[in-house]
Write a protein that binds this ligand. Sequence first.
Ligand code: HSE
Length: 450
Amino acid sequence: MENRPVVNLGILGLGGVRLAALKHMNRNRKVLERRLGVRLKVNRIAVRDRRIKRKVRVDRDLLTEDPWEVVNDPQVQIVCELIGGTDLARELTIQALGNGKMVVTANKALLCEHGNDILEAARRSEAHIFFEASVAGGIPIIKSIREGLVANRFPTIHGIVNGTCNYILTRMQNEGKRFEIVLAEAKELGFAEADESLDVDGIDAAHKAGILTFLAHGKWIPMQEMLIDGIREVTSNDMRVADTMGYRIKHLASVVSDFERNSVFVGVYPALVPKEHILARVDGVYNAVCVSGDVVGTTVLIGRGAGQDATASAVIGDIADAVFSLRGAEMHHLPDDKNDPLLPGLPRLAVAKREEVKSAFYLRMTVRDEPGVLAAITSLMARENISIARVVQQLEEDGGGRPSKTASAVITLTTHRCSESSLSKAKRALSGLEIVLSKPFVLRIASFPN
Ligand code: HSE
């Protein structure tokens, strides 16, 4: 075991996101610690009730029912504030920052309402606060605006930042169901916040718009100066009519600035979005943020905006940033291909053998149009253990719309997943068939994780 310094974490609250963050931190611990150059140790966890049984194994000695013990523990270097609410969370966050600790939070209401006080506390003690998980779940939008797009001023930011609204609108659009019915189903599935108003009346999106505005323009805009509209009054009929006009209805968060007048508009509202725009095609609980920068043009980030795992990914990313700040590291870790395998003990990463790589394929070939041709092709494919998904046959035409005199046809077929080597063998064998008149043309069918 390499000798790495230990970084002590304190956690406030152990609900869904905190548990997911702990679970994933433990699961990927080796890679994470290698990347960060430290050992991560959870030192103290504040919970409401120490006796409750939990889904993740935690040492009971670490648990306390007093959150102040966490923020005042001299050993704790990074505090993960994930208790929600704005009163106690504000006091605890300011105390932790005042004690010089790094703070990681997903609490958008806290930032939106008390951003100035909190950042002032951070500045006073030269601590830092990280809040990637507060906007658009697992999408690294905060980091993108703060770091990757630092060269820009931002004329517009438009986003879908509330997964629950997007889920409800998508199902109303696709299934013609009423708002109330889909909302009830969203609650059953655990998407909507316990207080549904936060989602469907636009409050959650407004908190996120406030944070985006602060990052892009350096100003916390009070909620009462934003346009805040929810989706309760949108009907499936509105969606049908909008569809005929070429639009989808989406709940948008917009930050639009007028540099000449030195003003900014911040609003969250249901809006008609042209069907061909990328935001119109972001469905379900997915979020997307289109950031237009005066240097870069428009960039779009899309990903899961709600859910424990996506949010845990952002929380762990923030813990990593906090570790780098603590260590005074000048740059983030880059892997060292020569000396430093990411997972010690494993053999070096090998490039996959091409012939073993699997894919589904599309094959097109011109064949004689005579009895037995399809049978010959399918039995050849079966010999290579390739399962055919679809077959389309088109007669070759002579240009005048009549079948060609040479009686040939174009056969296009798709396969289920098979190895490249099976496919190459089949392709070679097909080329050798007398009934196949053209070399088979092959495309791979891309497959994407959900
Ligand atoms: N309730 C939020 C949403 C998730 O539906 O997007 C947390 O921000």
